[in-house]
Write a new protein. Structure first.
Length: 351
């Protein structure tokens, strides 16, 4: 089989474990990377953000995902954590780390999310302001999590804050990760959304919350669902275990439409690429997956696959629409939701 890889697809796969730079991490394009030095002064000198034409208020300059300049997510999160600890001593007591800064402290997957400023919230209505190293939000906050000695907005509050302020796809990526990490359900998120009534961006936030799926396991899976949503197709369920009629396990799939008998797989940069692990042979992995897919089709399921390149070009929507519209015999197998990950424990206290 010919491996399909493009420059754009390779860059986007790197972004599956990275964040595309959006004027964060350097000062005006010429500064030192955030966290290049452990000293507070060096951090502040290296991490300043300068606003320029077309820059979104309070969120840094926005750039399209680039082929170069991608920094590993773990590294950028650590750089931002250092910046948080550098600026918090100058802020008022009771300041709560929020928005993408809270997400960075939680270790959340992020996508095209600026980290040039530390985002915090104060328990008041209005009075927000933007400074070189901080974005201060003013809104009611009655509880916070305690994380590494810092006050941080709760996971549900963080999801809603990001849904209010980030672009739709970025908010879904972060929201999926937080929902899965902390076992957030519709009730908890709905209550937090109700508290945000009247805040700017509430319309988009409602759409984001309705889209979230804590079973999503990667940026690509989250973005696949936003692509499906944007093409007005029904949303699939995520992470299903396919079984034969007598209960034998066949395999796990990324997405599924059980009533339509359609299974979907997101592969990364190349077909079947998600199956390859360090030290494994690609040809053997491809052969195993082809055998598995043949078995799924023999059971009566249709399988639709896509890669980063397909996702960027919008190709899956056409194939998926056709698969959902095709009448087929009822599959001989069944699908059960895969077990959800165990939620992380967290200490939350009233303010």
């Amino acid at each position: 089989m010919t491996t399909r890889t493009t420059t754009a697809a390779a860059a986007m796969e790197t972004a599956a474990e990275t964040i595309a730079t959006s004027a964060e991490g350097t000062a005006g394009g010429g500064g030192r990377p955030c966290g290049a030095s452990g000293s507070r002064r060096a951090l502040l000198e290296g991490c300043g953000a300068q606003r320029g034409p077309g820059q979104q208020r309070g969120h840094g300059r926005q750039r399209r995902p680039a082929q170069h300049g991608l920094v590993p997510t773990s590294g950028r999160r650590e750089q931002h954590r250092q910046l948080i600890r550098a600026v918090l001593p100058d802020l008022a007591a009771g300041t709560v780390v929020s928005h993408q800064s809270a997400a960075a402290l939680y270790g959340t997957t992020l996508w095209r999310t600026p980290l040039d400023r530390v985002c915090v919230t104060r328990n008041r209505r209005g009075g927000g302001r933007t400074r070189p190293f901080t974005k201060v939000h003013g809104s009611p906050v009655d509880s916070a999590a305690e994380l590494d000695g810092l006050l941080v907005t709760t996971p549900a509050r963080t999801v809603v804050d990001l849904a209010l302020t980030l672009p739709f796809d970025a908010a879904v990526v972060a929201g999926d990760a937080l929902a899965g990490m902390f076992g957030l359900g519709a009730t908890e998120l709905g209550e937090e959304l109700a508290r945000a009534k009247g805040r700017y961006g509430i319309g988009q936030a409602k759409q984001v919350i309705a889209m979230l799926d804590g079973r999503s396991q990667s940026i690509g899976e989250s973005l696949s669902r936003t692509m499906i949503h944007q093409h007005a197709l029904p949303l699939p369920r995520s992470q299903g275990n396919v079984l034969t009629s007598d209960g034998r396990f066949v395999g796990r799939v990324d997405f599924y439409y059980e009533s339509a008998g359609v299974l979907c797989e997101f592969d990364g940069p190349t077909e079947y690429g998600r199956l390859l692990r360090p030290g494994q042979d690609l040809a053997a992995a491809v052969q195993r997956e082809r055998t598995r897919e043949t078995y799924l089709r023999a059971l009566g399921f249709d399988v639709v696959r896509w890669t980063w390149d397909d996702l960027l070009r919008g190709r899956p929507a056409r194939h998926l629409r056709s698969a959902l519209a095709t009448r087929r015999r009822r599959p001989d197998g069944r699908i059960e939701p895969a077990p959800a990950p165990e939620p992380r424990a967290l200490t939350v206290r009233a303010l």
